[in-house]
Design a protein around this ligand. Sequence first.
Ligand code: GAR
Length: 209
Amino acid sequence: MIRVVVLVSGGGTNLQALLDSKAAGKFPQAEIVMVLSNRKKAYALERAKAAGIPAVYLPTVRYDSNEAYGMALRDLLLENKVDLIVLAGFLVVLDKCVIEAFPNRIINIHPSLIPSFCGDGFYGLKVHEEALRRGVKVTGATVHFVDSGTDTGPIILQKAVDILPDDTPESLQLRVMQQAEWKLLPEAVRLFSEGRLKVEGRICQIQGE
Ligand code: GAR
């Protein structure tokens, strides 16, 4: 069984999509063994508890530096013999010690078609504000492996979503979640758990398609 930990900071709708997919039998070869948040009030922690999954609060303020936080997080993940780490709206920049401990075993969901509207400072609603400001007609979401850069790792899955003339950042965010994020993330976990993601350099290929 592939042991999955989901890292969150907010509402946890992507976590909920994973929990619902697991309950529906979409990825029988993976189990979510822990949900961890850097924010005590993250509603995602309540979602984990409701599903009977250990919910851990690991605050950054307890540590002197991002590196110290990263070391504590890495050690916790290693102790729990984690195979796959899912960043589902986790707003802490992962220290390189975490990334080095889990090469091609950390995936992130980002609410745009990478390489558009990504990198430092692009997260959550800001991504959709920028897409609307630029006037693009199509946006979407991306699931990718995490490497040492910000949103630069091998792309696993992407899905396009049309922008409508009356969209606000909020309406666009919701549609990108509904049409893309909540589908892509469980699908990526399924593919990983079936051993079908092969990474060579910056390219991730899906085997058996
Ligand atoms: C999601 O839209 C996710 O793509 C985004 O944060 C939101 C979390 O929502 N992540 C990023 O912007 C990462 N750069 P959720 O807590 O409801 O899943």
